[in-house]
Design a protein around this ligand. Structure first.
Ligand SMILES: [Zn+2]
Length: 355
C-alpha cells in the first residue's frame, strides 16, 4: 500500500492557513471557514503522457486550492482513492462507469459534511509508477475549470523483468541539456533535452523497480546550475550532483548526437580515456543498445567530455542516436522505442554490476 500527500494550496491560501494556525487555537480553524469545493466537471479519455499510453480522468471543481491526498489500495480492492478536504459532491453523478481496461468505475462518496472521496476501481493492481495525479489550472477558453487530473498507465515499464545486478546500487543519471539549453533539435523540432529526459525517466523507473537508488541531475525541463550559466558551470553542477550523492556507484550521461548531414546515423557510447571501469560500463551498455536498439553501431569511444572527465566514479556518456537524422529523430520521440532504449541501458548497467 502506498500513501502520500500532495497539497494544492496557492501561496496565498497557504499563507492564510499558516497565519490562521498561528492566530487561532488548534481546532478552531473550522471547516466552516474554509472555502468549499464543489465537484462539477468530469471527463475521461485515452491519452499519452510523456510518451506513455495513459487513461486520464479529470475531475473539476468550482475553485482552486484543493487540499487532497491520494491513497492507492493495491491489494484486495485495487482502488485509487482521492480524499478531498472541504469538498462536497456537486452536480456530478455519484457512480460513473469507466470504459477502460485500467479503470472500471468511479464513485463519489461524501464521508461527512465537506469531506468527499472519489474512488476509482482499477482493472489491476497498480504500482507507484503506474499512476500520477496532478492539478490543472482553470482553462476558461477550453471551458475547463480547475481540476484534479489522474493518469493511469496500462502497464509497468519493466513488465515484470527485474535487473538483479542493480539492486542496492546507486546510479546517477544525467539527462543531457535542459531548460535554456535545448541541445540539438531534430528536423521536425524534437529537442535533445526532451528525448534525453524521457529516456532518463524510464531508466530511473526501471532501476528503482529493481531495487536501485537513482539520483537524477534533473528530473524536469530545467538548467541544473541555473539559466545563463557558462557551459563549465552547468556541466560542473551535473558532476556535483553525482559527487555529493552518498554512495553513488556510476554516472550515466544521456545524449543524442547531431550532425549537419541528415544522413549521419547510429549510436555510440563514450568513456574517459584511461578509465578501465568507465570503459567496461560504456561497453556493456553499448552491447545492449546495439542488440536491442537496432541502430548502426559507431563504437565504444573515448572523449574528454566534461562530465565523464570530472566524475570520480566510473562514468559513461551515451549518444543514443542522431536527432538530426529524420528516421532516428522519429524513433527518439517514440514511446516504445524509448522503452527499448531504457531497458537496454538498464540491462547494460545490470551486467556491469555482475548480473
Ligand atoms: Zn548533447
Amino acid at each position: 500500500m502506498c500513501k502520500f500527500f500532495r497539497r494544492g494550496f496557492s501561496a496565498a491560501v497557504l499563507l492564510v492557513m499558516v497565519l490562521s494556525m498561528l492566530v487561532l487555537p488548534q481546532g478552531s480553524a473550522e471547516a466552516g471557514k474554509a472555502p468549499v469545493h464543489e465537484l462539477n466537471y468530469f471527463k475521461s479519455y485515452e491519452t499519452e503522457v510523456e510518451g506513455q499510453k495513459a487513461y486520464r480522468i479529470e475531475i473539476g471543481m468550482d475553485r482552486d486550492g484543493l487540499e487532497y491526498q491520494v491513497v492507492a489500495k493495491t491489494f484486495v480492492r485495487k482502488q485509487l482513492v482521492l480524499d478531498m478536504k472541504n469538498t462536497q459532491p456537486g452536480k456530478l453523478k455519484k457512480d460513473i462507469k469507466l470504459s477502460s481496461s485500467v479503470a472500471k468505475r468511479l464513485t463519489i462518496n461524501e464521508l461527512e459534511r465537506r469531506h468527499t472521496q472519489v474512488v476509482i476501481d482499477l482493472g489491476s493492481i497498480v504500482t507507484d509508477d503506474m499512476y500520477k495525479v496532478h492539478e490543472e489550472k482553470a482553462d476558461h477558453k477550453a471551458g475547463k475549470p480547475y481540476r484534479l487530473v489522474v493518469d493511469i498507465f496500462s502497464e509497468p515499464l519493466n513488465q515484470g523483468e527485474t535487473f538483479k545486478g542493480v539492486k542496492g546500487r546507486t546510479v546517477v543519471i544525467d539527462p543531457g541539456h535542459g531548460g535554456s539549453d535545448s541541445g540539438a533539435v531534430g528536423p521536425t523540432g524534437l529537442a535533445e533535452k526532451t528525448a534525453t529526459l524521457a529516456v532518463s525517466k524510464k531508466v530511473k523507473s526501471l532501476l528503482e523497480a529493481s531495487g536501485a537508488r537513482v539520483v537524477m541531475t534533473r528530473d524536469r525541463d530545467v538548467d541544473v546550475y541555473g539559466p545563463n550559466a557558462s557551459d563549465r558551470q552547468e556541466l560542473q553542477a551535473r558532476v556535483n550532483v553525482g559527487e555529493y550523492a552518498p554512495g553513488a556507484n556510476i554516472f550515466v550521461s544521456i545524449h543524442c548526437n547531431a550532425f549537419s548531414n541528415p544522413a549521419a546515423k547510429g549510436m555510440e557510447t563514450y568513456y574517459f580515456p584511461g578509465s578501465a571501469r568507465g570503459q567496461q560500463l560504456a561497453t556493456y551498455i553499448y552491447d545492449e543498445l546495439l542488440k536491442d536498439g537496432g541502430l548502426a553501431g559507431r563504437g565504444v569511444r573515448t572523449a574528454n567530455f566534461y562530465v565523464i572527465k570530472h566524475s570520480s566514479m566510473p562514468a559513461t556518456l551515451l549518444e543514443l542516436a542522431f536527432i538530426t537524422n529524420p528516421r532516428e529523430e522519429k524513433l527518439l520521440g517514440d514511446d516504445k522505442y524509448q522503452n527499448t532504449l531504457a531497458k537496454a541501458i538498464v540491462r547494460g548497467i545490470s551486467r556491469y554490476f555482475g548480473d
